[in-house]
Ligand binder design. Sequence first.
Ligand SMILES: [Zn+2]
Length: 291
Amino acid sequence: MSKVSMGELLRDASKRGYAVPCFNAINLDMVRGIIQAAEEARSPVILCHAEIHFKYTPLAQIAPIMVEAMNKAKVPVSILLDHGKSFSAVTQAMHMGFNAIMFDGSEYEYEENVRRTAEIVKIARTLDVSVEGELGYVTRPKSGGAEGDDDDSIIDDTTLYTDPDQAREFVERTGIDALAAAFGTVHGVYLKKPQLDLERLGEINRKAGVPIVMHGGSGLSDDDFQRSIDQGVAKINYYTGMALKVMDRARERFAQSEEKMFYHEFMMNVIGDLQEDAQGIMHTFRSSGKA
Ligand SMILES: [Zn+2]
């Protein structure tokens, strides 16, 4: 199985009513835990690295690890540059073997977003790389811990949501394979109970004509996820929930252990915790057993 194009992964998810989980993997332990989970659950999976995380792990160091993991996996895997904003990060990722790019032009005016996204798609096509674009704006509240720079007051601003008619035009003019849409989700930790506009999501899905991507998946209920998948979400990005859960488990382990602990023991425990969380997510997204 191993390397499969993201476009192909998402089309299968759309057809069979599940969402492919997309995990930010910022180090080797995360790559290992996630791949182990995917193989154990027989789930297709997307590993990603976000440009905002380059400060923790340089792309050049994690890329070969991800490529190796993708090529050796017993399940279909795609590797994606998450929230690529600079042209250099996008071209570098393609050069290093990423077979998918999320180009985030959501901070630009519509026409500029179209122009930049279409340009990336043109390059990606020649290299057999899938492209996800973003229309509308999924916020990053400051106190939500998502390294955001948005003022908390804009998280309820529905004018930032994706317009279904514009989504259709955006897909036609850019040629993207998948569309990240804004319909009430938020990056990082939710500051209050999320209100998803599922009616809008359904309309975006019908009009866009490509699989829809949900960002800001951490903190939604299983029911929120399932209903979003039913309305056309075929890829869900997930990081914050995992990053917090693994540290909660580490705290418990430290509290329980009275003896000295070696780093390698801690590392193997963390990989197991990551695997457990990822497998739970695969079950919720209904991707288990689909590989
Ligand atoms: Zn995102």
